[in-house]
Design a protein around this ligand. Sequence first.
Ligand code: C2O
Ligand code: CU
Length: 539
Amino acid sequence: MIHGYRFVVSDTPYTGPCSSKNILTVNGQFPGPTINVVRGDTLVINVYNNATENITIHWHGVKQPRNPWSDGPEFITQCPIQPGTRFSQKIDLSDEEGTLWWHAHSDWSRATVHGALIVYPKTTNSYPFPQPHAQVPIILGEWWKSNVQEVLDEFLENGGDPNISDAYLINGQPGDLYECSRSNTFRMTVDYGKTYLLRMINAAMNNILFFSVANHELTVVGTDGAYTKPFKSDYIAISPGQTIDLLLEANQQPSRYYMAAKAYAIAGNYNNTTTTAIVEYSGQFTPPSSPLLPNLPDFNDTNASASFTGKLRSLASQDHPIDVPLNISNNLFFTLSINTRPCDNNSCDGPFNERLLASVNNISFVTPRISILQAYNNHIRGVYGDNFPSNPPLKFNYTADIIPRYLWRPDNRTEVYVLEYNSTVELVFQGTNTVAGIDHPMHLHGYSFYVVGWGFGNFDKDRDPLNYNLFDPPLQNTIAVPRNGWTTIRFKANNPGVWLLHCHLERHISWGMETAFIVKNGKNPEAQMLPPPLYMPRC
Ligand code: C2O
Ligand code: CU
């Protein structure tokens, strides 16, 4: 089935926690419209830019088979949609099932331009778990009282950290623990004895979040548009970009309970007020003076975050087989670093009065002036280089406590890594402690990948691969590389195109923690990129 949607992007007056301002929205809604489709459907989205700034829309976790033209990241697969113009995206949803989402992929506009994309199985009731009574998207977001574009311009100008946001949100609301929160805290009503599927999306800009429901155990059943082996947990940790599907059984004393979210972060940039919404049982009960709050791990509990993520497993069953590449043609090792560089008069706001940057293999990505996909397709030279290194330029103790900063200044370049069609990739992400050790939720466009291993400290190429999980590794599109640790992913390069790889912490991508893969065409016509649509935006 083909579904057509109009996405009208505009500056919309909006009253949020403690402030009224204009925000960018799609169709006047925040969070934006939820799109419901069945696996195998096609979406045609006509985006009209009625706002005063550039925009693009990305379909996070959708593989866009052979069709990078509809992927959306600005200056990677398309030029931005300029004010007063439009762009049409055609999206094939044949290869994913579960919770995904869409968001703007242009500067920081995704703060308010995002929404859920739910892909239902082809036949009803064919979930690999009991049919839930109802399904509820839960979108976690982040709110600044000031204009987000100004927050971005300011920290890029002064070279320091961005201003801390003012609140986290659950379906657009910070909850009634906030001083100036509105009375319309998000509420979900449940019937005793029934089971609900919570479709969680972390749309926050800069933090991994912990989430939990008071008194209720949660059963994790999916992540990133793929099912997982069910497991029970009191809380979840969810990275920006990631989605998690949860079953919530309404099996407690009928009452009112808080669901709550809280940032997990090591660096200073977090808001530690608990964000809440309410789970309320139907029927009669004596309401508590205040709903019970769940216990959430501490804001700096790296083990709580990493150990939750490490529990995710593929179903790896007959109905849901896995296909982990075993013979690897490309062995890649990418370091993820926060860096600094001296600036004029040593007057920047970063550490040592320098400018903050971020890099992959010591290259801090420079946004090109036209899209890499258009340059690649039309053989335009001088837009990007195809020499992204498969290994870092320097070896050292990446996760040592003190790393002299002169050891490693980044290069500013636009480099991509080229992959042959159908070649196999193993990619080790190594976090470093060059300026600050922090988790990096790494996201790859155009693919889901198997997460075959992770650990703390420096990756040991002789020992660590012996412990890889090649039996039921989870299939994900975003994976939090733990602070001072490493994570290994594998995938087969069977989707030709230009595909962005980046940290989904917005400040890190703004500092350059990104690169792209060009996956070449194969020999057969079915192994080649589709031709561009008749109209692509111009830069
Ligand atoms: Cu959620 Cu590059 O995107
Ligand atoms: Cu990062």
